[in-house]
Design a protein around this ligand. Sequence first.
Ligand code: PEP
Length: 250
Amino acid sequence: MSRKPLIAANWKMYKTPAQAQEFVKAFLPLVANHDRDEIVLCPSDTSLSVVIAATAGSNVAVGAQNMYFVDEGAFTGETSPVMLKAINTTHVLIGHSERRQYFCESDETVNRKLHAALRHGLKPIVCVGEMLEEREAGMTEEVLLRQIGNALEGVTAEQAEPIVIAYEPVWAIGTGKTATPDIASEAHAIVRSEIAKVLGRKSAEEMRILYGGSVKPENCPALMNEPEIDGALVGGASLDPQSFAKIVKY
Ligand code: PEP
């Protein structure tokens, strides 16, 4: 079965609204009519509206990097799914390793955020991945099974269609160390087998699993050549329009 690849940019805490707008202006002509892959830009919250306006009517969608799981309330500093939907955000990253590492995001909050995204019609990109110590201790499979099992808890096969998973080994994020296509494929197969266990074979076959971790224009083609890899979540190399366009057109 064929899964349309998705290439997403995670700009992290980079770019002012003016810089984000400048990126879009340079980027859109580079990917005009590119239809083979779904393209998503995830700017910081302060640039969401600007990027949504600048990409309107194009082949580029816009996602948030995070959100809270409650619709509204006394949660200082948080952004709700209702707020994201109100400005036409279509996607949302959930459980990025930097959220887990620096902001105490747990498997439980990831699960609650996933349910909130589905409830509000946002397409969740759920990040999972082992840390270096876990890989070295032979715990990669255990970590991935735990993260996927907990993230998908209470989700039904009927709800699962919009969900995208991003396998991002923490040791490869922002380090310049990419997982080899073999290592990434092996991890993706583990993730897919757990999805099958929780949601059934059909959902597992349909769900896109992206690879993330130091993806660059140079290593993207070999990664995307792997049948198990359905796209990429790109940090550093997505900040420059030329570089990200090269990745999109691998
Ligand atoms: C990321 O932020 O999700 C990421 C994969 O970063 P980088 O591409 O810089 O490793």
